[in-house]
Unconditional design. Structure first.
Length: 451
């Protein structure tokens, strides 16, 4: 990295950053309190609150949001008359999935092959540390030139909307001239990228029932309607032969006209097995950034080990539907529910339950804040020009903030580049990315204050 005082300060702070991320990753802060103790999330929230206080933040508070979780807020005053920037991250994480599949324990930060491994290291506890590094670097080099608000969410991964509802009820709290969402990532490690679009999402739980109770498959199989088989038919109806998502009435032919995602690079990033085809049609960028995508997240049915020869009376599934910008998530949910009902066979009883929902988002990349970020990234990543890409994932808060503050600029950056393998086993963060993006954020704040 080219020598400048901010970059030198961030470099000197990296050992501290690793120690802090180690402490944060150790909290099993999954915001599903049926799986993990609430105390783990509360511990992470208190850690962040203490960190903000130690950096001179005022009005630090744990906000009790309507979904039963806590978000952490703090305010750091800048020079009189300065602009206000809101920095966002989240401290809740995805469950580790199969802990035995991790090379090292998921809630221990472990350095291996130049990366730091641990659940939440990139998504998004690393984002919390990134914000702290940027602010510390500025404080050591002339001071923070803007008013800074920090909000760290406690349930982003669950999609339960706690912070969104809180913000709607307290709209004055998060007002800012610009918002930096630290929960996205570079298109590739070493390629500075802002995220221009996010797909929205909806989560629907489906229950299919056919019998009062399970039946012996030898005595009744062949005529008794099998609820699991009915559910499989429903789930299969959500995909065309090529794997494209097919929800009746939901458009799925949009195209992405920006930075493209080469198919071979995608295969390597996704670790697709040799000989296995990609699904869908159009370019990879079309499929992952511009079109809807359905995923079956889980099925409740008997496991293979211990299964009995029975016709199943009931079965249940959790379905995720990602919806691209331009598609209303509420309408997409209605179409998904109607599709499920229409494609349930044999007169089986079917019910749906909405679990979570968030709208898609499109940023205005022509705004002054993006120009300030482009200048900052050119310094933090010498020889590289800032790119704009889409992101197939969802950050429901973005649309809420855009609705509450229509004149506010929103930028999305972060540490979740493909090698990070967020949401999968062996999630990791590149310390080089953490260092460079912290420099970029610090220089952005300085540039933005001056523009």
């Amino acid at each position: 990295m080219s020598s400048n005082p901010v970059a030198e300060t961030v470099a000197s702070l990296m050992p501290r950053a690793k120690a802090e991320l180690t402490e944060l990753v150790a909290f099993k802060s999954v915001a599903d309190f049926d799986q993990y103790p609430r105390s783990e999330s509360e511990g992470a929230a208190n850690w962040i609150a203490d960190a903000l206080r130690s950096e001179g933040f005022q009005d630090v508070a744990l906000l009790d949001t309507p979904d039963g979780t806590q978000s952490v807020y703090g305010y750091l005053p800048g020079p009189e008359g300065a602009k206000t920037v809101l920095l966002y991250a989240h401290y809740d994480v995805q469950p580790p999935l199969d802990e035995a599949a991790w090379t090292t324990p998921p809630f221990e930060l472990v350095e291996r092959d130049g990366r730091w491994y641990g659940r939440g290291s990139a998504d998004c506890k690393g984002g919390v540390v990134m914000h702290l590094l940027a602010l510390r670097a500025l404080k050591a080099n002339g001071g923070v030139p803007v008013h800074v608000k920090v909000i760290v969410e406690g349930s982003e991964e669950q999609g339960t909307g706690g912070l969104e509802r809180y913000a709607e009820a307290h709209p004055e709290l998060l007002t800012a001239d610009t918002i930096v969402i630290g929960d996205a990532g570079n298109f590739r490690a070493g390629l500075p990228t802002v995220t221009a679009t996010l797909r929205g999402m909806t989560l629907v739980r489906v229950q299919v029932d056919t019998l009062e109770g399970n039946l012996h498959s030898g005595q009744f199989g062949g005529a008794a309607p099998d609820a699991l088989a009915a559910l499989i038919r429903v789930l299969d109806s959500l995909r065309a032969k090529d794997g494209s998502t097919t929800v009746d009435g939901l458009a799925g032919e949009s195209a992405w006209d920006g930075l493209q995602y080469e198919e071979q690079a995608f295969r390597e990033d996704a670790k697709v097995l040799d000989g296995v085809e990609l699904i869908g049609s159009g370019t990879v960028a079309d499929r992952v950034w511009a079109r809807p995508a359905v995923t079956v997240l889980g099925i409740d049915c008997p496991p293979v080990v211990g299964a009995t020869p029975s016709v199943q009376a009931g079965a249940r599934a959790l379905i995720s539907l990602r919806v691209p910008p331009g598609v209303d998530a509420v309408e997409a949910t209605k179409l998904l529910e109607a599709h499920i009902e229409a494609h349930t066979p044999w007169g089986a009883r079917v019910s749906t339950e909405r679990i979570g929902q968030g709208q898609a988002f499109r940023a205005d990349t022509s705004s002054p804040a993006y120009a300030s970020m482009a200048e900052a990234m050119a310094v933090a990543y010498p020889g590289q020009e800032m790119q704009s890409a889409g992101m197939g994932g969802s950050i429901p808060l973005c649309n809420t903030l855009a609705s509450l503050y229509p004149d506010t600029e929103i930028l999305l950056i972060g540490l979740s580049e493909p090698e990070a393998q967020i949401h999968a086993v062996n999630e990791s963060v590149s310390p080089d990315e953490l260092e460079r993006l912290s420099v970029a954020e610090a220089l952005f704040l300085r540039n933005y204050a001056a523009n």
